[in-house]
Design a protein around this ligand. Structure first.
Ligand code: PMP
Length: 340
């Protein structure tokens, strides 16, 4: 019999899916790693599992202990399912601005959800800093202890991708991957996969796809952390070099505006049956840029981070899109084509 001993073993080993139109357009083979197929519905299940496994191995997390984290949502969903499967509790600090769907999912899983105003990282009341202080307090109050997952600066995150996502991509492409592209939230995916692929073949080209409002495109092209503009894309857009990003091998950096990424999200849904979230659109746009950079005949891999069902109220809401001057998914507004 073939079965996973628990939901934990169902994390990872996701398929690579050929993105037909992006491949045709560039004469390259562009492949998306279907991370939306993880049990928690996103790439962040991997980071959640790696962080919890590391804390358990270090003896920092004991049965009944509490896992505290500041998260845009997906890491919290991953942490909650790992915690529920292994016997821990989850406390999540989330900026109010994140989608209702992600907040609802966290509540459904039994995570304790603390919504806070979205303020910049420099502010002591930023959600990440608040979660760190809360973990310290709960560690003292709770007899079973508490840990701060600290996904941004805990390098167990990128180590998880170094040990799983990267080697999976290399094996699934028979070692013929030429390039890898990813956006950055914590940097765990880009750095971990980048380091793993470079270790197998130093010729693999690694590229960052960055939305407006983030500072990394500027950093990797000019050396200066500078940002301008803004993006509706959730889960990505970093303003500093996190510990996970330190030493990441990045050969190219692209800035991808919302108009470009949103069009790709709608195109993938309508023409390829892939209903994805906004960061996947940024990633696929980055993969197309890298394919053009390297020329025809190359194999480029990127990440399909999570599902569009998580963003019904924003990315797939024509009213919201119009308020941001963005294109709308035509099929949502089309009158009935067939008379009943
Ligand atoms: N896409 C989505 C939807 C995410 O939630 C995240 C993580 N916040 C990312 C991409 C970026 O992944 P990472 O943290 O590994 O950089």
């Amino acid at each position: 019999m073939a079965f996973a001993k628990s939901v934990i073993e169902a994390i990872g080993n996701t398929p690579l899916i050929k993105l037909r139109r992006a491949s045709e357009e560039t004469q390259c083979l562009i492949l998306g790693k279907a991370e939306f197929q993880n049990p928690g519905g996103s790439v962040k299940d991997r980071a959640a599992l790696a962080i919890v496994a590391d804390a358990v191995a270090r003896g920092a997390l004991k049965p009944g202990g509490v896992i505290v984290e500041g998260t845009a949502g997906n890491t919290g969903i991953g942490l909650a399912l790992v915690a529920n499967a292994l016997g821990y509790k989850t406390v999540i600090v989330i900026p109010e601005t994140q989608s209702q769907e992600k907040k609802d999912l966290l509540r459904l899983q039994g995570a304790e959800l603390i919504e806070v105003p979205a303020v910049p990282y420099a502010d002591p009341n930023n959600y990440v800093k608040l979660s760190g202080r809360l973990a310290e307090r709960l560690a003292k109050e709770n007899p079973a202890g508490a840990i701060w997952a600290n996904q941004f600066d805990n390098v167990a995150n990128r180590q998880g991708h170094f040990e799983t996502t990267g080697p999976e991509i290399f094996a699934q492409t028979d070692g013929r991957v030429d390039g890898f592209v990813s956006a950055v939230g914590t940097g765990g995916t880009l750095a971990g996969v980048g380091m793993a692929l470079k270790a197998k073949n130093p010729g693999v080209q690694i590229a960052l796809a960055d939305p407006p409002g983030a500072a990394l495109y500027s950093y990797y092209t000019t050396g200066e952390l500078k940002s301008s503009g803004s993006s509706i894309t959730e889960g990505i857009g970093q303003g500093r070099i996190t510990a996970n990003l330190e030493g990441a091998p990045i050969d190219f950096a692209y800035q991808i505006g919302d108009e470009e990424s949103v069009r790709l999200v709608f195109d993938l849904a309508e023409n390829e049956g892939l209903l994805l979230g906004g960061s996947s659109g940024v990633n696929v746009a980055g993969a197309i840029r890298l394919a053009r950079e390297l020329g025809p005949g190359h194999t480029i891999v990127t990440i399909l981070c999570d599902s569009g069902s998580r963003y019904q109220s924003k990315l797939f809401n024509p009213e919201f899109l119009r308020s941001k001057n963005l294109p709308t998914p035509g099929w949502l507004e089309r009158p009935l084509q067939i008379k009943p």
